[in-house]
Design a protein around this ligand. Structure first.
Ligand code: SME
Length: 172
């Protein structure tokens, strides 16, 4: 639902969730609190987001699940496995309309048909986490979804990146 404001500005649902997240995190310096807030806001804003969560770099080339909403998520994903691993390894968004066409896809849930994974990259270039959104719907995510996730992850990387890198053993 879009709201038309007095100045004639139209806020899309994507704008609204972004504004809400920006407001909630305005004075927040804790990385885990930020991740938990982002996944909650995103997950409940969009009906086609069936699993929404972060995987965090806990040591070089290894991800562990972080805050998430949805069913059980796999605990560990090495950088050389899964779509999440590909996003972390290449520091690029993985937009996968059909997970069955990507043999490396890790099926935490057999009902998943499409997913988008966006890296959270620190200014130093280290990937500190990835944001993974899965849907049971085929080709569920459009350009607005991807742009929103990329914009949020870019802000998170700038904001929390260097402090997080400094705490990951073997990374800095
Ligand atoms: N689909 C991901 C694994 C994580 S879960 O789906 C929550 C992947 O292949 O990286």
């Amino acid at each position: 639902m879009s709201h038309v404001h007095g100045l004639g500005m139209v806020h899309t649902p994507h704008d609204e969730v972004r504004l809400r997240i920006d407001g909630l995190l305005k004075d927040e310096d804790d990385w885990v609190t930020a991740m938990a807030t982002v996944v909650c806001e995103l997950h409940h804003a969009f009906d086609h987001f069936h699993w929404t969560g972060f995987y965090r770099t806990v040591r070089p080339n290894h991800l562990k699940v972080g805050p998430y909403q949805g069913g059980h998520g796999c605990l560990d994903i090495p950088f050389d496995q899964g779509i999440c691993g590909a996003a972390a390894r290449t520091a690029t968004t993985q937009d996968v309309p059909d997970v069955h066409a990507r043999p490396e896809h890790i099926a935490c849930s057999s009902s998943t048909n499409s997913e988008v994974v966006v890296p959270v990259t620190a200014p130093s270039g280290h990937v500190i986490a990835v944001l993974d959104v899965d849907s049971d719907d085929p080709a569920a995510f459009d350009g607005d979804d991807v742009a929103l996730l990329e914009s949020i992850c870019s802000t998170l990387g700038e904001r929390y990146g260097e402090a997080v890198v400094a705490r990951i053993p073997g990374l800095a």
